[in-house]
Every structure is written in C-alpha cells, then in structure tokens.
Design a protein around this ligand. Structure first.
Ligand code: BGC
Length: 799
C-alpha cells in the first residue's frame, strides 16, 4: 500500500494517465499535466477553454521572471520592508482552440465521451489527450491533442490537434483564439496575500491577425514589463498541407472548400479554419505558440522576434520538435534515472519519474532567471524563488545536469548587486544579503520573521556553490563568479554576530530565523550557525586558493571588492569560535538558545482540522512559544555536514527532533529519511521515503492545485542517492555507505563526478560501482578507498 492511500492515477513507469475527465479534480490535474521548459510554463488546461469557476480551474501561462508589482499595504510598515510585491503574472492564453463538428461545439460536458485518456509522457516530454466524442446530434469524431513546451526552442509551445470524422462527412471548424483578458487567481492561489494582483494587469498595446498568425503585445501597469506573444497555424488533411490537398485533382472535382477567417476585438483575436472533411480522413491543426518578453529582448524588437520564432518553429514542424524533445530528455534520463526492484517499486518509480520530470522541465531553459518553489506550474507562492532551489533542487542537477545547476547559480550571481543593496538596508556595510523570496532579485517577503530573518539563505547559496565546485571541479566558475559570490555572502556572517562575553567569547548570531518557520527570530539557530561557519571556511579556502593559484585575478578582485586581509583573519576567528546551543543532559543540539525553554506541544489540544494549518488558525506567538518544529532544521545541518558529527551524536539528535517535528512543510520528510539512513535506520527511512516519493502525484498535502512542491520532488532523488546510497561529497571526497530497504531487491543510480559518470548498483548482498564515462575516479565505499580507471572500470564488494 502506498503512503497516503490508493494512487490517484494508474501506476505506470513513464506515464501519468487520467482515464476519466472529472471536473471536481480538474484543478489538481491541471498541475499534474502542466508543462514547462523553465522559460515558459503552461498549466494542463484543455483546448476547449472551459469557463470553470475559481475553485475548479486556472488557465495559467507564465514566463519565468515576468511579474507584476503592486504597492504593498502594510498596517505598520517597518523600515526596510519591501514596498512593492512581485507576482508571477498570468499571461494571455493562446492554447485555446475550439472545435465545431458540423456546427456543434465540442465540449466534454455535452454529448458523450468515450475512450478518454490524457497522458503525460515523461520520456518524451509531451502531453497527449485522446477520446471519441459523439455530439448531441450524433456525429462522432476521434480527437487527439498533443502539446509540448519545447526544450529545443525555449520560446515555443508546439501543439497538434487532430480530428477524424468517424460516422459522417461534413464540416470541421477550428477556432484558435488569443485570449488577452486574463488575470491571476490570487484569492485562491495565495489567499493570505491582500495586495494582488487582482484584475487584469496587462495593458494591450498591439493585437492583430495577419493571415494565419495572431499577435499580442502588452505591458504591465506597474513593473512595466512587456510581453509579446503569438501563434501560427497550419492545417493539414490526411497529413498533407491544406492548400496542396485542395489542389489535388480528385479533391478539386468535389468542389469542397476550406475557408479561413479571422477577427480582432479589444482583448481577443481569433482565426478560424473551416474544412470540408471526409469520413475517416483526419484533419489536423498544428499550432505554434511563442512568448518573449522585454526582459530579454528590446520592446521594439519583440514583434519581429516572435514572428520569426513562429516561422522558424513552423519550418521545423511539430514532428521534428517532438523528436528533439525526446532526444533532449533522453540525455537527462540517461544519468538521472533511478532503477528500483522490489515490492511497491512500480509506484515508487512512477513517483520518482514524475518528480524528476517536473523539476527538470521547470529549470532547464530558464534564461537568466531562477526557479520557483512551484516551478512554472501554478501561481502558488506568487511564483517566488526560495532556498528550495539551492538546498533541494541544485544538488540533484549538480550530479545529473551540471549545466542546469550552473545556470541557476548564475541567477544569484546576476542579482548580486541587489543583494548588496539589501545588505545595506539591513545595516551591513559590506557584503550581500540575498532575498528570502524573489523574482527580480529584490526581497519580496512581506513578513520579515518568516522572510528576511532567514539569513541562512546566504549560507545555502554558498553551500550549493561549494558542492558544485567540489563535484564538477569547475575552477573557471570559481574564478569568474564563484569567488565573488562566496566573499560577498560570507561578509554578512562576519558582521551579523559578535563574540559574546556571556558565552565565553564565542561567536553568537542573534535574531535570525532558521529553516524552521515555527521558531522565528531566535538566537543562535543551530543550523544557521553551523552553515555560517562552514560557509566562512569555504570562502576563506577559496580566497587562499585564488591568492596562490590566480594571484593577478585575486589582486584585481581584492581591489574591486575592497577586500581586506583583516577580513580573512576575522573569518578564521569566527570559524574557530562559533557558538552552538548544547543541552549537556540530553547531549543534543537544541534548535536555538530558547528552544528547551518553550512549552511542550500538545497536539491533542489542537482540533484535527486545524493541525496542519497552524498559521491560518493560531496567532504566531502561540505557535512560536511551543517546543515543536514545522520542518527539518538542525537535522538538515547534520545531513549536509554529516562528516562533522559522530553517528551516535546524529542518532541522539534525530531521536529528539523526530519527537518535536510536525512535518508541516513538504521540505521535511525527505531530510529525516536521509538522516535515518545515515544512522542505519533504513526501515524508518523507507517510511519517510514513501511519504515523499508520491507526495505530489497523490496530492498528500491537498494543495497540488497551486503548483508542484519542487523541493520535495528533488528531495526524493536525494533520499535515494544521499539517503539509501549514503553518498556525500564532503571535504573533497566522494563517499558511499549503501543501504537497502527490506522491500527492495536492488536499486541503481548514476552520478556525474568530475567529468566521470559513475553507476552505483546495490543488491541484497553486494554493491557494484562502474565507471561508465571519463578516465579515472576515486571514491570511498564504507571507508574503503576505490579507484577506477580505463584499466579497471568496475569494482564490486559486499554490502
Ligand atoms: C517552507 C519553506 C519553503 C517554502 C517554499 C515554506 O512552507 O517552510 O522552507 O522555502 O515553503 O517551498
């Protein structure tokens, strides 16, 4: 039995299939079937563009980085609160294609629907729908729709709509629309946000139809960003372009017609194709859709760019884009795929494929932008980027798609100046403080106890960067961008705390919020202090490397950043004297200085329906005064830096935190699972794994409609590889400690490490490591040093 009950969709390896159209689950399914390439995101809505109410569906089309701002209304604004919001904006919809079958409009809510299947193909990166519709008037058609958000052409969504009359010859009409009258569903998707966006935020500036092309251009009211979007159309009969088909002598004789019409109103434009269709001869519409914005292309060039991209896409054609899509994904799966054999493995594999597919598609072609906690699958969290990217998603890409990891780190590098400005606002004379939530690089969090106070974001970014550098050995990145990121973020740690007399001169960091959002503005959050210390070590190490290996570049950097030798000395001192809260009796690290003083949590006193929704039902002070935790916090630090703790220490802390953690965040269970593996509790880990692996596919949190939980999705990969596989890359060493849950016979995964591809296969009795690509690799298995190279590509041992 799968955690959380029966699976929602049939268990299949590479696909997710909806076998019945049910309005009551539509909103959730729109997220399941959402597609993206990291630049464009489009929800799994239907071509017919149903007019669903706000609780039933959301037509959503997004471009990464494209947001609208609203002036934020604060009851009492404190200095430094962001004045303007950033919300990922819902853009004009071009997917809409209405179908008329001999004058009757196709709708799954009328007539009869048979053989219905909507399939997300995670190997091909495509969404397909097939059904047989019989109109109320008795006309039957076979309908097949397909769409992909192209990995090859980042501005393009390619679609195909095929109709085959089954029991008649008659008229088939496609009406393809450009719908500019769109707005966000803020009340539903971000109910506690009261600043918007409400209502339509794009002012249309151009809207037109030219032959078979539709084009729209509009600018947002406040952020003043412009989007240009359009669609091009190609109709085919029996696979032959319509003009050629109509010209064929046999068809000409029949005097059948094909008419094209179009029109434009204030916010909409359409183009319709009326085709005299024959029984059993399929008619199809290939529609290319393009989005581009003034974030990458000059406003005055947008129209030209969109039209040329559409032409290019049309020339390449749907079929080839589909092949490219598959090839692109094939490369990703080649390394990222995980194989598991054993009880329940089919369901787990489906969950893993679903998770990896969604995070990959949410990140791969994101241009200069970051990755939202919900990818581009919905409006949840206003589309903001959080630490989720660095701590959960990046480690997956670092080992499976390093160029995608690098691109995401570039986003932080590109927004370093805003982070510098933010640091000044927070009173730091030097350095950069990254925003807790953002789209454009500026802080967008309106409630600082849960937002800006999460200073750990700086160390998280540095952690991901250091991991990337260790795993890839990419010294160029370190020299050109990484070093600056490391120094600027590290400087904040040197300024935010002090050597406190009352703590024997140890370095204390007060008034920050750790990852756990139920304990805020605390002193000496264990995770923060630990991550800050390791960050300072990494930054100092990188500076010393630069001094030695790249003296000229170092001198230039030093001057540019006004970096003083005293800073390095101070970093070393802080590193040596960092304070950590410690409970000598229990021999554990409390989450912060005040944690053990807080009132024990009594779950029984909380009505069941309110238990998972504390902030919605209780005053923050009530929550914060209790000794309990929303999500993995100290334990996360112990996972990331497990080499600094003994197994016994980790075990004691794990036992303690297991008691007090409520897992109200989706970011929690996967981390507990990994730590459970670290201390040899593989069966316990397995339970956490089951919680995480199908969390979104089976909608365990009941809020999938608002978008994916990218962090947990990535967390399941980490659970398999870092948890069961026991893999770490710490202190420049790649190590493994493979475990195997009882229910599994075996599992296998691959990782890229310093230009090598290593396959790890774990079975009941044995483990096998194979060097699949690259020249030589050195790693440790349960402490034993292994070297593989061209002469010896495989090593096996006992588990
Ligand atoms: C979690 C944060 C996370 C955010 C976005 C919150 O509920 O507490 O850690 O960054 O969701 O996923």
């Amino acid at each position: 039995m799968i955690a959380g009950g029966e699976p929602i969709y049939p268990v299949e390896e590479w696909t997710v299939t909806e076998t019945i159209f049910d309005k009551s689950t539509n909103y959730r399914n729109e997220t399941t079937f959402s597609l993206s390439n990291g630049y464009i995101g489009t929800r799994g809505t239907f071509e017919e563009a149903y007019n669903f109410d706000i609780d039933t569906g959301l037509e959503g089309n997004f471009v990464n980085g494209f947001y609208e701002s609203e002036k934020i209304r604060y009851g009492e604004a404190n200095f430094g609160s962001p004045l303007y919001s950033q919300s990922l904006l819902n853009l004009p919809n071009l997917k809409e294609t209405k179908l008329f079958v001999d004058g009757e409009e196709f709708s799954m809510e009328k007539g009869t629907v048979a053989e219905y299947a909507r399939v997300l193909d995670m190997k091909e990166g495509i969404l397909r729908r097939g059904l047989v519709w019989t109109s109320p008037g008795g006309k039957s058609v076979q309908i097949c729709t397909e769409r992909l958000v192209s990995f090859e052409m980042e501005h393009i969504i390619a679609t195909r709509y095929e109709v085959e009359p089954l029991n008649f010859s008659g008229e088939i009409r496609f009406v393809s629309k450009l719908q500019g009258n769109v707005e966000n569903h803020t009340r539903k998707t971000n109910p506690i946000v009261d600043y918007g966006p409400f209502g339509r935020k794009l002012e249309a500036e151009k809207l037109g139809q030219e032959e078979t092309l539709l084009y729209y251009e509009g600018t947002t009211q406040t952020s003043k960003l412009t989007v240009g979007c359009g669609s091009s159309h190609k109709v085919m009969v029996d696979g032959i372009p319509i003009a050629a088909y109509m010209d064929a002598p046999a068809v000409r004789e029949t005097k059948r017609k094909c008419t094209i019409q179009g029109d434009v109103s204030e916010l909409e434009a359409f183009i319709s194709f009326e085709i005299a269709a024959q029984k059993r001869v399929p008619v199809s519409l290939e529609k290319m859709i393009c989005y581009a914005t003034s974030l990458e292309i000059k406003k005055e060039e947008l129209e030209c760019f969109v039209k040329e991209e559409l032409k290019r896409a049309e020339t390449i054609g749907y079929e080839r884009l589909r092949r490219y899509q598959k090839n692109y994904l094939e490369k990703f799966w080649e390394t990222a795929d995980i194989r598991i054999k054993g009880e329940e493995s089919d369901a787990l594999i489906q969950g893993l494929h679903f998770n990896l597919f969604h995070i990959f598609q949410s990140a791969v072609r994101g241009g200069k932008h970051g990755m939202g906690a919900k990818g581009l699958s919905g409006e949840g969290y206003e589309g903001h980027y959080f630490w989720d990217t660095e701590m959960y998603v990046l480690p997956v890409f670092i080992y499976t798609a390093p160029e995608t990891a690098r691109r995401l780190m570039d986003f932080r590098y590109e927004t370093l100046d805003q982070a510098r400005e933010r640091a000044r606002i927070l009173g730091h004379d030097k350095g950069a403080l990254f925003p807790w939530r953002t789209i454009n690089g500026e802080e967008a969090s309106t409630y600082y106890p849960l937002g800006t106070a999460q200073y750990h974001i700086n160390a998280d970014i540095a952690y991901a960067l250091s991991l990337y550098l260790q795993v890839t050995g990419d010294k160029e990145y370190l020299k050109n961008k990484g070093i600056e990121l490391l120094i600027e973020t590290a400087r904040i740690w040197a300024d935010v705390g002090s050597f406190a007399e009352c703590k024997d001169g140890r370095y204390c960091i007060c008034c920050v919020t750790g990852p756990d959002e139920y304990n805020v503005l605390v002193d000496n959050n264990f995770y923060t202090n630990l991550m800050a210390r390791e960050h300072l070590k990494d930054a100092a190490g990188a500076v010393r490397w630069m001094m030695k290996e790249e003296p000229a570049a170092y001198r230039a950097l030093k001057e540019r950043l006004d970096f003083k030798d005293e800073e390095l000395i101070r970093w070393d001192e802080i590193t040596g004297k960092m304070y950590f809260p410690y409970d000598g009796e229990r021999k554990i690290y409390p989450m912060d200085d005040g944690f053990m003083m807080r009132k024990p949590w009594d779950e029984e006193k909380i009505p069941e329906e309110k238990r998972a929704w504390l902030y919605e039902n209780y005053h923050p002070l009530f929550i914060m005064r209790h000794r309990m935790s929303k999500q993995a916090d100290a334990i996360l630090g112990m996972y990331l830096h497990s080499n600094l703790f003994t197994e016994e220490e980790i075990r004691r802390n794990y036992d303690f935190y297991q008691e007090v953690t409520l897992h109200h965040s989706s970011l929690s269970t996967c981390i507990f699972g990994i730590v459970a593996c670290d201390i040899g509790r593989v069966e316990e880990a397995y339970k956490y794994f089951m919680e995480s692996a199908r969390m979104d596919l089976d909608d365990h949190h009941n809020n999938f409609y608002a978008g994916i939980h990218a962090a947990n999705m990535a967390g399941t990969w980490q659970m398999t590889v870092n948890g069961f596989g026991g893999m770490r890359c710490q202190g420049g060493r790649l190590t493994f400690k493979p475990g195997l849950p009882e229910k599994w016979e075996s599992y296998a995964f691959k990782v890229q490490y310093q230009e090598c591809v290593l396959e790890v296969s774990v079975e009941k009795e044995s483990v096998r490591f194979s060097l699949l690509g690259g020249h030589s690799i050195c790693f440790y298995v349960n402490g034993e040093k292994i070297e593989l190279n061209e002469g010896k590509r495989e090593w096996s041992g006992n588990r």
